[in-house]
Every structure is written in structure tokens, then in C-alpha cells.
Write a protein that binds this ligand. Structure first.
Ligand code: FAD
Length: 455
């Protein structure tokens, strides 16, 4: 049996570290959380970082383990589907699911983090803000920290019995583990960047349809916008960092007039909503995105990676935080059954790595779907057919998107595998048809049953 009153050190008080701290402290463990930033409840720690996030079933499940769904509910803006803003000025709403009750929600990163920090403190976790990890010795489990919480910044070393690294995509702990035999990881940066553009309320109201994730798909790049409870939207432009001069890329930002002209002609309904668009294009920071894959997430019973530190993914499935909260729920469940910490870390890592790899792949694929495939009429026919089959036989056919977003009981790896087979079937079923009424749904279901086990 695990000893529940022992000490755990968590590095990173972001979304994952704060939720895990809450769950462990609620179980009576002595949790100490080390964070490089000052307390984000007291300063604007989020300047330049994604302001809102899509939350779905896996994220909600993680929050439920800590009993936090009610506390987070006021922060949630429902998004039942995508609203596509086409180049010809038309708009097309596409529901996310065959079922009305299946929704995504937009949630403020800062608001969510504040609730998690509050909950962790209430449960007894101790936070040490303004302490940056500048080195980690994995053989001794020793952190070197730089304290910026006093007038005289200084370095000191902190020995930890058990360290859980929730220190994000650039995790210094993961990088320090690189030389260890049997530990391998890969970091790959996307050659696209993102830039956020704030879309303020208009006359005190949402400037566009509130209950949707807005997408302007343009092939090689896209602009999206998610609603916030304050009735503004956070828009994000995703585009190549560099390209040949005749292809749009953030290189064009070196010429502010060219950038503004291009933006205005490419997303023509946006400029009227953003009075200071040219300023924002010029001054808002750009961010990088990437994927981290590790062959395992632990060392013995001493070190564990979790959240983005273990499996950062690109944001196009809206699943990075959701996957991290699913980590926390899985970790919590193992606390009840693991024989000791080594067993827990080993089982956690073995169960989570294949699922993290699966969502990493699907997130990369979803970029192409969001910016390009959604423009293809065949894509809409396939979606409509998938929804129809799901309504008729939900134990047999659920779209891959819905499995990922709304079915936390279906592991990511299963969603990926079934999704592969379903994509081939949907290709075949729609190849010679333009409308759903021409398709033999009974035959589709029979073939789905032959190709896939029931869910
Ligand atoms: P982080 O949020 O990176 O937190 C790590 C923490 O560790 C930070 O507080 C950091 O200050 C601290 N830290 C780092 N280094 C040190 C150090 N050396 N010493 C001490 N402390 C340190 N996910 C979704 O589910 N839905 C979405 O819609 C979504 N949209 C996104 C959009 C964008 C543009 C981006 C970039 C990401 C998006 N994500 C989304 C992913 C989501 O933001 C991450 O998965 C999530 O933030 C991971 O949380 P984390 O706590 O593991 O890592």
C-alpha cells in the first residue's frame, strides 16, 4: 500500500501542477509546489500566452476528481460547433456532434489556473512562487533553484524525495533526464507560429455568434476565434514562420503595411471587429508550437513527468490541457490500486505513453482538417454520414472527433485506431455520392460491424 502522508514535490504550478497538487493534497499528502513565476493571481502572468482554451470531456473528468466542476462552470462558454467563415463571405455552421448535449467549452486559462491554485491551497498544498529551476540532478533528485522572491536573487539547492515535473513543454527536468540510460525523448517544433488578436465586444455584446468556435480556413493557414465570458473573443492566427516571399508567412510582418493589407483581404469580415488591428498585428507576440514524445515518463520511484512536460502537443485538437487533466485522473485512480510508488509510476507511464502519442498524431492531423479539409464539400458529406450512423448505432460508429472530445471512456489510442478504419470506410461510402439520401445506411452499418468490434 502507498503511504499517503508522505512528501511530494511538484515543479510547475501551471494547469497540470495545480490540479495534481489539489488531488494529492486532498488525499492527505504533503505537497510542495515550486513555480518560477510570481503568483499569477497577483500579476498578469499570461501576457503572450493562449488566453482561452477548449475544454472537453477529458478535462472535465480531471476536474471532477478534485470536485471542481461547479467552481469552474461560471468560466465556461459553450461551443456546440464550428462556424466557418469562407473566402466568398458565406458562413457555415457545423455542429461538433450528432448529439446536442455534446459540447466543447471555451475557458479562460488565467481564471482556471486561479481556481486550481485556490483549491490546492485550501487542500493544504504549499506553493513557492518565484523559484526558477535552473538545473536538476536526476541521480540525486536535487533541484537547483534561483529565487527571485526577494531583493537579492540567489541560488540554492533543494533535495527532493519524489519529484513530479509538471514544468511544461520546455521541461528542464525532462532535458536533464536525457543522458539517463533507457530514457529517450524527441522535441519537434512545428514550422508554423501563432499570434493572438483580441476581438472586443461590440456595443457591450459579442461581436459575432457567441456559441461557436469561429474558423477562417484558408488552406495553408487559418484564423480562429473563441468566445470569453466577458463577451470578447480571443482570435488566433496560425501560419508558417517563414516561406518563399510570394507565400504568406510571418516574415511578411517585417513590413507592417503588407501584413495589415494581407490580413484585411484574407479575413475580410475581421477588421471591422478589431479597431486596433494594425497595432495588434505589429505588437502582439508570436508563439511556437511543438510536439514532445518520451519513451517513458518516469525514473524508478523518484521522478515522474506529467502534462506538457511529458507530452506537449500542437493545439489543433484542443486537447493539450484535456490530456494533462486526464493524466491527473489516471494518476489518482492508480493511487488506489498501486502497490508502491515504483509500481504506480511504471503503470502510469505504460498506460499513458501510447495514448499521448496517439493524441499527438491526431492533433497534427487536425491542423490540416481545420485550415483546409473543412472547405471540401466531401468533408461535410462524410461528417453528416458519420453523425447519421452514430444516431442509428452509437455502439458501432462514433466519429473520431467525437471519440476524442466527448468520450473520455474511449482511450486516445483506440480513437485513433478506430478512426483510421472509419476514415477508409467513409471514403468508400461517399466516393460516388454527393448527398446522404443516396447512401444505403443499412449497408454502411453492416460493413462497419464487420470491420470494427462494438464499442
Ligand atoms: P504549462 O501550462 O506550460 O505550465 C508549466 C508550468 O511550469 C508554468 O507555470 C511554468 O511557469 C512552470 N515552469 C516552467 N519551467 C519552470 C522552471 N524552470 N522552474 C519553475 N517552474 C517552471 N489545450 C487544450 O486542452 N485546449 C485548447 O484549446 C488549447 N489551446 C492551446 C492554444 C495554444 C496557442 C497553445 C500554445 C496551447 C493550447 N493548449 C490547449 C495546450 C495547453 O495550453 C497545455 O497543454 C497546458 O497548458 C499544459 O499545462 P502544463 O501545466 O502541463 O504546462
Amino acid at each position: 500500500m502507498l503511504v499517503h502522508n508522505e512528501s511530494i514535490t511538484i515543479l510547475g504550478a501551471g494547469l497540470t501542477g495545480a490540479l495534481l497538487a489539489t488531488i494529492l493534497a486532498q488525499r492527505g499528502m504533503q505537497v510542495q509546489v515550486i513555480e518560477r513565476q510570481q503568483d499569477p493571481r497577483k500579476i498578469d502572468a499570461y501576457a503572450g500566452r493562449s488566453i482561452n482554451l477548449a475544454m472537453a470531456a477529458r478535462g472535465m473528468n480531471g476536474l471532477a476528481v478534485a470536485g471542481l466542476n461547479d467552481a469552474v462552470a461560471p468560466l465556461l462558454c459553450p461551443m456546440p460547433g464550428r462556424l466557418l467563415h469562407n473566402s466568398d463571405g458565406t458562413q457555415h455552421f457545423q455542429p461538433y456532434s450528432a448529439h446536442e448535449h455534446e459540447l466543447n467549452y471555451s475557458v479562460s486559462r488565467a481564471g482556471l489556473n486561479a481556481i486550481l491554485l485556490e483549491a490546492a491551497e485550501q487542500a493544504g498544498a504549499e506553493f513557492r512562487f518565484g523559484q526558477r529551476c535552473v538545473d536538476f540532478d536526476p541521480t540525486e533528485n536535487r533541484l537547483t533553484l534561483e529565487a527571485s522572491d526577494s531583493d537579492t536573487p540567489h541560488r540554492y539547492s533543494l533535495a527532493t524525495a519524489r519529484l513530479i515535473a509538471a514544468d511544461g513543454a520546455g521541461s528542464p527536468v525532462r532535458r536533464a533526464m536525457a543522458p539517463l540510460p533507457g530514457f529517450d525523448f524527441e522535441e519537434s517544433l512545428l514550422d508554423h507560429l501563432y499570434q493572438e488578436i483580441a476581438i472586443p465586444p461590440k456595443d457591450g455584446q459579442f461581436a459575432m455568434e457567441a456559441e461557436a468556435l469561429h474558423i477562417w480556413p484558408r488552406g495553408g493557414y487559418m484564423f480562429i476565434a473563441l468566445p470569453n465570458p466577458e463577451r470578447d473573443f480571443t482570435g488566433t492566427l496560425f501560419m508558417k514562420a517563414t516561406a518563399a516571399d510570394d507565400e504568406p508567412s510571418f516574415q511578411w510582418w517585417q513590413d507592417p503595411e503588407r501584413a495589415a493589407r494581407w490580413f484585411e483581404t484574407t479575413f475580410p469580415d475581421v477588421p471591422a471587429l478589431v479597431p486596433d488591428l494594425a497595432d495588434q498585428l505589429q505588437n502582439n507576440p508570436t508563439g511556437v508550437m511543438g510536439t514532445v514524445r518520451c519513451n517513458r515518463w518516469h525514473l524508478e520511484d523518484r521522478i515522474l513527468l506529467i502534462g506538457d512536460a511529458a507530452h506537449a502537443i500542437v493545439p489543433f485538437h484542443g486537447q493539450g490541457m484535456n490530456a494533462a487533466f486526464e493524466d491527473c485522473a489516471a494518476f489518482s485512480a492508480l493511487l488506489d490500486t498501486a502497490s508502491d510508488w515504483r509500481d504506480l509510476f511504471q503503470r502510469f507511464s505504460a498506460a499513458r505513453v501510447p495514448n499521448a502519442n496517439a493524441i499527438a498524431d491526431m492533433a497534427l492531423e487536425n491542423y490540416v482538417e481545420m485550415r483546409d479539409t473543412v472547405r471540401d464539400p466531401k468533408f461535410h458529406l462524410k461528417k453528416a454520414l458519420a453523425f447519421e450512423l452514430e444516431r442509428l448505432a452509437p455502439d458501432q460508429f462514433i466519429s473520431r472527433y467525437a471519440m476524442v472530445m466527448f468520450h473520455a471512456d474511449i482511450p486516445y489510442a483506440t480513437a485513433q485506431e478506430r478512426g483510421r478504419v472509419q476514415a477508409q470506410l467513409l471514403d468508400r461510402w461517399t466516393r460516388r455520392h454527393e448527398v446522404i439520401s443516396d447512401i444505403d445506411l443499412g449497408k454502411c452499418l453492416r460493413e462497419a460491424r464487420e470491420a470494427l468490434p462494438a464499442l
